[in-house]
Design a protein around this ligand. Structure first.
Ligand SMILES: Nc1ncnc2c1ncn2[C@@H]1O[C@H](COP(=O)(O)OP(=O)(O)OP(=O)(O)O)[C@@H](O)[C@H]1O
Ligand SMILES: [Mg+2]
Length: 234
């Protein structure tokens, strides 16, 4: 049971989130249902081996990584999982803006040794924990290759069920590959009708040896709506 103050806090938190976080803002809609299906598929993969840290990446910029990671993490939190979303994209950070929270040093300060994880993590809606990116001047890949990132993930594994990483794209930068190497599973986000197949192939090839879980196709809203219509008519 939620007390009045807690209810007020959760409503306020939702006022600040980006409406595209449909797992929170429109949980009964068709798009939120797609994220629940994705989460269920991850659960099925978890039956075969433990997968706590899931990294979202893509071949190039703007394919929908951040919204996929954020909606999936929010979906996990709504299902009662202890979930953390870490913004690992220092060049185009999204988590703080999407959830309307302050960055407060973020991952950059944790990896730089200036802040501990507990102090950097911000409370989000539905008990989702958020670790915004913060600011880093140069060489983000260097930050991920140090021992700090692995120790941070180990610390978070102990207190959480699911940890989602919002990574930069693979082809233009080294960071994504280095950070993906620390994950238990990697999901490649592909923007439907936009990313050339050769770029997706090149990105997937560069993940060789990493635990690739599968692909998520974004910008397919009509498909989901059509399935619903079909179901409603039956
Ligand atoms: N599933 C989706 N269907 C349709 N549009 C989407 C979807 N996911 C994201 N978008 C749109 O695509 C654009 C990029 O989304 P997002 O910021 O999540 O991508 P990204 O891969 O994280 O980008 P970047 O490489 O800049 O970090 C936004 O305009 C967003 O609204
Ligand atoms: Mg992004």
């Amino acid at each position: 049971m939620m007390d009045a103050n807690a209810l007020q806090r959760s409503t306020e938190a939702l006022d600040l989130v980006d409406p595209r976080l449909v797992s929170l803002t429109d949980p009964s809609g068709a798009a939120a249902e797609q994220f629940r299906m994705l989460h269920l598929r991850l659960d099925r993969a978890r039956e075969l081996r433990p997968i706590a840290v899931v990294a979202m990446t893509s071949a190039v910029a703007g394919e929908g990584k951040s919204l996929t990671a954020a909606n999936l993490a929010a979906c996990a939190a709504r299902r009662g999982r202890r979930a953390v979303l870490i913004d690992c994209d220092f060049r185009r950070p999204a988590v703080a803006r999407l959830f309307g929270v302050e960055a407060r040093g973020g991952l950059a300060a944790v990896l730089g040794g200036q802040l501990n994880a507990a102090a950097a993590i911000v409370a989000g809606p539905s008990n989702l924990r958020l670790l915004p990116a913060g600011e880093v001047s140069d060489d983000p890949a260097g930050l991920f290759s140090g021992k700090g990132f692995i120790s941070l993930l180990d610390e978070l594994r102990a207190a959480n069920d699911e940890i989602y990483l919002d990574l930069p794209p693979i082809l233009p930068f080294a960071d994504a590959l280095v950070a993906a190497g620390a994950a238990d599973g990697v999901v490649v986000v592909v923007r439907n009708g936009q990313t050339p197949a050769e770029q997706v192939e090149e990105a997937v090839a560069s993940l060789t040896g990493m635990p690739l879980l599968g692909c998520v196709l974004t910008a397919c809203a009509e498909g989901a709506a059509a399935y619903r219509k079909y179901y409603a008519r039956k």
